[in-house]
Design a protein around this ligand. Structure first.
Ligand code: PMP
Length: 393
């Protein structure tokens, strides 16, 4: 009853979105004992010590006030150098960049800056759970385009063509992808760029996992052809630098778009947390060795998990990046929800059902391998036992 009474006060857009499907499992898992979680999408590392110290040090020096709305200029300059050095893309610290509260806020203000009511934004599924709801909250209409395991979950340009209408404004890309771990190569991106150009689309390219690629050099979307002028690049410190709790990200892109995003940021957020910005500055200046150390550890764990899953008959393309594997569970005859729920109840392993990431995620589960080798080995044993017990039941 209360819900009904209340709903008249709520906006249509907020009522049309659902709470994240990931959370339900984790609330359930957290109420149980002896659970190994392969569920959460965050590094198991603690933020490197020098980064933590840089933040302490900034507080000791009395840097406790707001920064410039766009973020500390020193940090923006360092982001600019970092992006050029690591990914070959050049952005002005003065007017083509804004430091945000996580990549999440960068995605939100990007969408709010560009989407008019009713305009369509293509979301490539399986996708990070926030994209479609954030499009809706910005007044837009998410249009889902599917990718499939047969193509290693790579976006096929002809599928973009099929989804484009006269209302299409933008496409959200994510490489390396959450949840599939798929990395789009330079050639893949070039083909996507052709369609983007043909239909005059804007691209929001979420490159938060760009540092975590294992097999080929990374290509940043704005470095392809003339894409820089129509791309909003989203990134942040959460994943590569193990800084999820610091809530720090950034967006780079064409000056007019970034200045529009800055207006929203100015009125709704003021600035990203000051002590986190000082920490991030240190992460960029001194942190590359830590990124490499963590990445090597993920690479080792990727190999352990993909081999173990393949051996127990859960086929799984080798994910080129991020820290997720997305095996097929189709041969168990269970839906991804049933698989995840029964695995949790019977063997106390938490994974995320692929269906929460979109239609083509069904038949898969997402396992994060950002957890200790010992826990991963135990989790693999339990999943194997779960499958064997089902087969013999
Ligand atoms: N994009 C993707 C693809 C992600 O997986 C995540 C975090 N799970 C985010 C953005 C949000 O990152 P942040 O912590 O910087 O808000």
């Amino acid at each position: 009853m209360i819900t009904e009474q209340r709903s008249k006060y709520l906006s249509d857009s907020v009522q049309s979105i659902q709470p994240s499907g990931i959370r339900r499992f984790f609330d359930l898992a957290s109420s149980m004992e002896n659970v190994i979680s392969l569920g959460v999408g965050e590094p198991d590392f603690v933020t490197p010590w020098n980064v933590i110290e840089a933040s302490y040090h900034s507080l000791e020096q009395g840097y406790t006030a707001y920064t410039a709305n766009a973020g500390l200029l020193e940090l923006r300059k360092e982001i600019s150098r970092y992006m050029r050095r690591r990914f070959g893309v050049t952005y002005s610290a003065e007017n083509e960049m804004v430091v945000t509260v996580g990549a999440s806020q960068a995605i939100d203000i990007a969408l709010r800056a560009v989407v008019n009511p009713g305009e369509e934004v293509i979301v490539v599924e399986p996708s990070f759970v926030s994209y479609a709801p954030t499009v809706t909250l910005a007044g837009g209409v998410p249009v889902q385009v599917q990718t499939y395991s047969e193509n290693d979950f790579k976006l096929q340009p002809e599928h973009i063509e099929e989804a484009v209408t006269e209302k299409t404004k933008a496409i959200l890309l994510c490489s390396p992808n959450n949840p599939t771990g798929t990395v789009l190569s330079k050639t893949d991106l070039q083909k996507i760029a052709e369609v983007v150009e043909k239909h005059d689309l804007l691209v929001i390219s979420d490159e938060i996992y760009a540092e975590l690629t294992y097999d080929e050099p990374y290509t940043s979307f704005p470095s392809v052809g003339k894409m820089k002028e129509r791309t909003i690049l989203i990134s942040g410190f959460s994943k590569a630098f193990a800084m999820t709790g610091w809530r720090l990200g950034f967006a780079c892109g064409p000056k007019d778009v970034l200045q529009a995003m800055l207006k929203i940021h100015q009125y709704t957020m003021m600035c990203a947390p000051t002590m986190a910005q000082h920490a991030a500055l240190d992460a960029l200046v001194n942190g590359q060795k830590d990124v490499i150390r963590m990445k090597e550890s993920y690479r080792q764990r990727r190999s352990l998990v993909t081999h173990a899953l393949e051996e127990m008959g859960l086929s799984c393309h080798t994910p080129g990046g991020a820290f997720y594997v997305f095996p097929s569970i189709k041969n168990t005859g269970l839906s991804s929800e049933e698989f995840a729920e029964q695995l949790l109840m019977k063997e106390q392993v938490a994974v995320v059902p692929g269906s929460v990431f979109g239609e083509s995620g069904e038949g898969h589960i997402r396992c994060s391998y950002a957890t200790s080798i010992a826990k991963l080995e135990e989790a693999m044993k339990r999943i194997k036992r779960f499958i064997e017990n089902r087969e013999t039941a």
